[in-house]
Design a protein around this ligand. Structure first.
Ligand code: 13P
Ligand code: SF4
Length: 319
């Protein structure tokens, strides 16, 4: 309505006033994704968000996503101000991998190369040799494996199991999971596929093996959109956060996207896969952080420099 249009106009003006750019993830509300697109910001997977923020000339980055994405932006651009609509937007993978326990795990296995998923705190990254996102985990681990390295992997056990199955690498795993993707179930997916035998199945690798095993394409959010555009099919079943369907429908008009079912689904909402922390980003708190300079990511510079090394390695590998 009118109130939302006014809010959006205010955000556009504030982005200009603050020399700020909006860096959004595909899982945030469609309205925020649209604002990011319209104002010269980006809507992307976590790898592209990192690169975009680092390379953009704005002095303030507003990260609409979850905490680790804001931290990564700050690590890569310590000279920029990084704001988030809500600093409490975290991630179950980050929460499930506290620094002290993670450090003890690393200390117990000094012969292993430490590879952490981007969905971790700056402090955990500072302890790692490599950071990876879902878009590039497979390539990096394959390369390390080819060089004979044994890997300590944290925290997502499903992504880890997928990478292990594809590369054959020796991986010792932390047992974390994403509470959103962990809800997708193999049996329900089989039933849905039987209803739509012509559909291709796109799966984010944070999903359990019983779901990943049924995929035509496994990939990051950006890679799933690419597959939706390029695959010669009219119907797709998509196992990831609902937020991604918005962008998929824009990217591949005329194609039909069906959300994969979650165990917690009901008669009215067969699939409610939506990250509660991504959902904490809204127009109100986005305007608020720009207006008042709240929600700033502050990182100890020494920690930031230490955490930057594994991220730079990833970005250099990707380049
Ligand atoms: P992507 O890197 O695929 O965008 O994933 C980030 C994330 O948090 C998925 O749940
Ligand atoms: Fe973390 Fe899962 Fe939310 Fe992504 S969807 S931010 S992995 S809890």
């Amino acid at each position: 309505g009118q109130r939302r249009d006014e809010l959006k106009a205010r955000i556009r003006a504030l982005l200009q006033r603050e020399n700020a750019v909006l860096v959004a993830h595909y899982y945030v509300d469609a309205e925020l994704q649209e604002l990011a697109d319209e104002t010269g910001g980006c809507v992307a997977d976590s790898l592209e968000m990192a690169r975009f923020g680092r390379d953009h000339a704005a002095s303030t980055l507003v990260v609409a996503g979850v905490r680790f994405m804001g931290e990564t932006a700050k690590i890569l651009s310590p000279e920029k101000r990084v704001l988030m609509p809500d600093l409490d937007a975290t991630c179950s993978l980050d929460l499930g991998c506290p620094l002290d326990e993670f450090s003890a795990f690393c200390d117990a296995h000094p012969d292993r190369t430490v590879v952490v998923y981007a969905n971790t705190s700056a402090a955990v990254k500072a302890r790692a040799d490599w950071a990876v996102t879902s878009a590039i985990a497979l390539d990096i681990v394959a390369d390390l494996h080819a060089r004979g390295e044994k890997i300590l992997w944290a925290p997502d056990r499903h992504l880890g199991a997928y990478v292990q199955s594809q590369t054959g690498a020796d991986m010792l795993m932390w047992q974390g999971s994403c509470l959103v993707h962990d809800e997708f179930k193999g049996i329900e997916l089989e039933l849905l596929r039987a209803e739509h035998p012509q559909a291709k199945v796109l799966v984010h690798p944070e999903s359990p093996p019983a779901v990943v095993d049924q995929a035509d394409v496994v990939g990051s959010t950006a890679q799933m959109i690419k597959a939706a555009r390029e695959l010669d099919a009219t119907h797709f079943i998509v196992a990831t956060d609902q937020g991604l369907l918005h962008k998929m429908r824009l990217a591949a008009p005329g194609k039909i996207f069906i959300a994969a079912p979650t165990a917690g689904g009901s008669a009215t909402c067969k699939s409610c896969a939506h990250c509660p922390w991504m959902a904490m980003n809204g127009l109100e708190n986005l305007a608020g952080c720009l207006e008042r300079g709240t929600g700033e990511i502050l990182l100890d510079p020494a920690l930031g420099r230490q955490a930057r090394r594994p991220i730079d390695r990833m970005l250099d590998f990707a380049a």
